[in-house]
Design a protein. Structure first.
Length: 81
């Protein structure tokens, strides 16, 4: 029969700076996502006004996908740690 040993949790002086950096990264990712959506929205408004079509839908999908990845990265890392 094999027994598995649980790893000890790292001390607070190791995890606190990591959590702080992850918090800053989350705020930066949120700000970048909002700015990306504003920029793509402005481009879409200008292109519709000029009579151009659906060229910016790919950019909107890319920004929204990046927002989803950024939003889920922190909880996944916290689950793993």
């Amino acid at each position: 029969m094999t027994t598995f040993l649980l790893a000890e949790m790292p001390p607070d002086y190791v995890t606190n700076p990591i959590n702080q950096v992850m918090g800053y990264a989350a705020w930066v990712a949120t700000a970048a996502g909002v700015m990306g959506l504003l920029i793509v929205g402005a481009k879409m408004a200008l292109s519709i006004r000029h009579g151009e079509g659906q060229e910016h839908m790919v950019q909107l999908g890319t920004v929204l996908g990046a927002c989803i990845i950024a939003a889920t990265a922190g909880p996944i890392v916290n689950f793993i740690l």
